[in-house]
Ligand binder design. Structure first.
Ligand SMILES: NC(=O)c1ccc[n+]([C@@H]2O[C@H](COP(=O)([O-])OP(=O)(O)OC[C@H]3O[C@@H](n4cnc5c(N)ncnc54)[C@H](OP(=O)(O)O)[C@@H]3O)[C@@H](O)[C@H]2O)c1
Length: 293
């Protein structure tokens, strides 16, 4: 049996759908049953209640599990949550944990200055030393963050993308690509000790991003350069918790210091997943980019 965590979140909800599409049975760990509604409607998906921070709540989840896909939020005690969960998995005799990690695609990106990268590296090292077989999936920034409401989201009313990163080029990846690669890793053998870096197929400036959004929606969007302080104020207005705002502020500072991005497509090639371009992503999400349901 495959167990996955984080199936009610941004990336996990698309990954669990990919399991269902592929007809691969999967068990999802759910902290709050009120958030499990859509999981019950997916073929082959069963869910169990449990909290990654409470090992005593995980016995049922670990029953007969051969491989775990480990996902939790970067904004919520990620190191403690994932390390506690790894300890519980080892104690339950789980043979293999695949961690959805993160990779800042910025060339020269400094892990010491951005806690998201630093925390993922700490958890990766902890997992490697745990005695459980491990695999790391390291996607770059998700394209889905450019949808309205995302951390890099376009404003569908003003038709703007407002960020403080100048001409920095980023190489975001569609979570649907990550999902296909993750399900391939979870359902085939030989990935113990492997690290899979992955990004989208192009490094784009934010001006190029809004060009693609404009082409897809038929509405002219513009890139508006704002100061970091202004952007932080916008994040606060959206109601993001302090820790989330601090992580984003660090991220924006690093993005401005490292103005180009790598492209990693080896995992796409290895698992036969065609890399989704930002234009294809924008076409698929044209209505959402316009703020329509
Ligand atoms: N954003 C990006 O561009 C990007 C790029 C690369 C990698 N990543 C990494 O991808 C990972 C997932 O990010 P995401 O945005 O998909 O996460 P997310 O939307 O915040 O979802 C987090 C998931 O973890 C669950 N969770 C958190 N704490 C839990 C606990 N104690 N017990 C059980 N479940 C718990 C949440 O459950 P609830 O529904 O109950 O809250 C939710 O399902 C993060 O580690 C992030 O660093 C992100």
């Amino acid at each position: 049996m495959i167990l996955m965590t984080g199936a009610t979140g941004l990336s996990g909800s698309l990954i669990v759908e990919e399991f269902a599409r592929r007809g691969v049975p999967v068990r999802a760990l759910v902290r709050d049953p009120r958030r499990a509604g859509h999981l019950s409607e997916l073929a082959g998906v069963e869910w169990v209640q449990g909290d990654m921070l409470r090992p005593e709540s995980l016995h049922e989840a670990f029953k007969d599990v051969e491989r775990v896909l480990l996902i939790s939020s970067a904004r919520e005690r990620m190191v403690e949550t994932q390390q506690t969960f790894i300890d519980a998995a080892r104690a339950a005799g789980v043979p293999h944990v695949v961690k959805l990690s993160g990779k800042e695609a910025g060339i020269g990106f400094d892990a010491d200055r951005f806690r998201g990268t630093r925390e993922h590296l700490d958890i990766e090292r902890y997992l490697e030393r745990s005695g459980v077989a491990w695999t790391h999936l390291r996607p770059s920034q998700f394209m889905q963050l450019y949808l309205p409401g995302g951390n890099f989201g376009v404003d569908p009313v003003r038709h703007e993308l407002r960020l403080p990163i100048g001409s920095t080029r980023l190489s975001p990846i569609d979570i649907e690509d990550v999902a296909k690669i993750a399900v391939a890793v979870m359902t085939s053998s030989g990935h113990e000790g492997a690290v899979y870096e992955m990004s989208g197929p192009e490094a784009l400036s934010m001006k190029e991003v809004v060009e693609r959004v404009s082409d897809a929606t038929g509405v002219r969007y513009s890139y508006v350069e704002v100061s970091r302080a202004e952007k932080v104020a916008e994040y606060r207005e959206l109601g993001l918790p302090d820790v989330g705002v601090q992580i984003l502020d660090e991220l924006l500072a690093e993005r401005s210091r490292h103005t180009d991005s790598h492209i990693w497509l080896d995992a796409h090639r290895a698992f036969g997943v065609p890399p989704t371009s930002f234009a294809e992503f924008a076409n698929r999400h044209a209505a959402a980019l316009l703020g329509q349901p």
